[in-house]
Design a protein around this ligand. Sequence first.
Ligand code: NAP
Length: 247
Amino acid sequence: MDKVLVVTGGSRGIGRAVSLLAAQRGWIVCLSYVANRDAAEAVVREIEAGGGKALAVKGDVAVESEVADLFTAADALGPLGGLVNNAGVVDYAARVDEMTAARLTRMMTTNIVGSFLCAAQAVRRMSTKHGGQGGVIVNLSSVAARLGAPGQYVDYAASKGAIDTFTTGLAVEVADEGIRVNAVSPGLIETEIHASGGQPDRLARLGPLVPMKRAGTAEEIAAPIVWLLSDEASYATGANLTVSGGR
Ligand code: NAP
């Protein structure tokens, strides 16, 4: 395969696992990061050591010009065939009556606007309507969209609710333009996102409450994402796959 896959937030966590597995499956991976250059470069080196091809590009998904630069960098690697809208943030646990406009703007801009901006760039390249050869988009939602995350981060949950609607709408919008659009909704997954929200003990606390009695791994989310990217999922569009140990 000589197709390029853009993975936003590919330096760590789920995005890192997606980048590594996708490269094994033959994708040329253009992974983005916003701050952690060393981690992103380490993923590139790991892919190259396995015989794959990858590039790390710094860029904030919330900034339109940086998203444009990310996709321009991807263009240099070959024709775009896929996008994983993975970059996302949480925030410190708070009630809605404690949330500020600054917090809400960061959350919604990164998680929602970022995904829209990246998808727009991908559709412009992949849609047969624009002379492209088709492609596939996978959006990262969360079971939080269904659970609401009360007392934790209702704003984050709502941002993922928007991703669910975005997935449904975009999937239908481009269904006859050669592009499939699906979402994966992870449950509690072992990554650094919990510590970034000030709850490094979240996995240990909530893991036993999951029906399967444990948190999942980034690799357990990467596998269904990479499957949705593949031709094995050729009739799946507008789907939202919950991968949550039963939560
Ligand atoms: P993570 O470990 O915190 O990693 C976040 C990644 O996103 C990093 O690569 C980070 O780059 C990048 N990033 C953050 N803000 C960015 C921005 N503004 N622009 C570009 N890149 C940015 O997160 P994760 O747990 O793997 O989560 C990945 C996705 O899965 C998110 O959308 C998250 O909401 C979703 N999810 C996670 C869980 C879970 O339990 N972990 C559950 C459900 C859904 P740097 O390394 O440069 O900071």
